[in-house]
Design a protein around this ligand. Structure first.
Ligand code: SAH
Length: 242
């Protein structure tokens, strides 16, 4: 049995509609039509069971039958700041995996040794990946992917987080104990070019503790997934003790 299809809408309002890509997907790929049931998401954390009542040229109109609170969100706020990579697929990989693992805030940033450039289309593409991943893993919220043109503005965007970890490839040992984390946590992982000593120093000024991910140098996307996974495990979001 295939699961009920999930769609993001701008707002639920009186009579929600599927438009744009969500409409095209529902109509042309999934071939949904009047009478079919779907789940609508509006990024509020709620999930709405709805039935398609009309299929028009550019949109489908729906009737909401029932509203529930989504119950798959992580209990703890985790943010992932990642150095924007040259290879688009790798940025998408990071976003997809972070969303699946429960991250609630994503910021791509440029840094000293990164040469990739961002534009509106690329950022929208990453947000689409976030929405698709959220639907696939049954989250009711797709985290927004934001972009900061430099490391410091990315670091200052997570001032409020209780724990702040900076994955530093040249740190000999960790200044924080990942396994005993509790509370909101911001993670920073560099791009393929890594970080400079000055960047590590400025992360310290912003309250970040440098952590090592072991003796081997991981690729940026491996580091992002590994650090997110161990953090989620420590926070009790990936199973835990029997
Ligand atoms: N080009 C750099 C490596 C960059 S790895 C070099 O040759 O040294 C990309 C990012 O992944 C790093 O900036 C860091 O955030 C993270 N990373 C990779 N391996 C790591 C490790 N062993 N410990 C901590 N962070 C690591």
């Amino acid at each position: 049995m295939s699961a009920v299809k999930r769609f993001f809408v701008k707002s639920i309002g009186e009579e929600p509609c599927l438009e744009g890509e969500e409409f095209e997907h529902a109509k042309n790929v999934l071939r949904l039509s009047v009478g079919d049931e779907v789940i609508l998401l509006d990024n509020s954390g709620k999930e709405y069971s709805a039935v398609i009542v009309a299929v028009e040229k550019r949109r489908m109109r729906l009737n909401v039958l029932k509203e529930n609170e989504g119950d798959r969100e992580a209990a703890t706020e985790v943010a992932l700041l990642f150095g924007y990579l040259k290879n688009a697929d790798k940025n998408e990989f990071i976003v997809q995996k972070a969303v699946e693992l429960g991250v609630k805030k994503l910021i791509a940033f440029s840094s000293e040794f990164s040469s990739a450039y961002m534009n509106e289309n690329k950022l929208e593409r990453l947000n689409k990946v976030s929405r698709e991943a959220a639907k696939q893993c049954l989250r009711s919220v797709a985290p927004e992917v934001a972009y900061c043109g430099d490391l410091k503005s990315a670091l200052s965007a997570v001032k409020e987080y209780k724990n702040k970890l900076f994955a530093c490839e040249f740190a000999a040992e960790s200044e924080a104990d990942i396994s005993s984390l509790s509370g909101s946590t911001a993670l920073v992982v560099g791009s393929e070019g890594g970080f400079s000593r000055e960047e590590e120093a400025s992360a310290k000024e912003f309250g970040f503790a440098s952590v090592t991910l072991g003796k081997r140098i991981l690729r940026a996307e491996t580091a992002a997934v590994a650090l997110t996974a161990v953090t989620m495990f420590a926070l009790g979001e990936l199973g835990g003790k029997a």
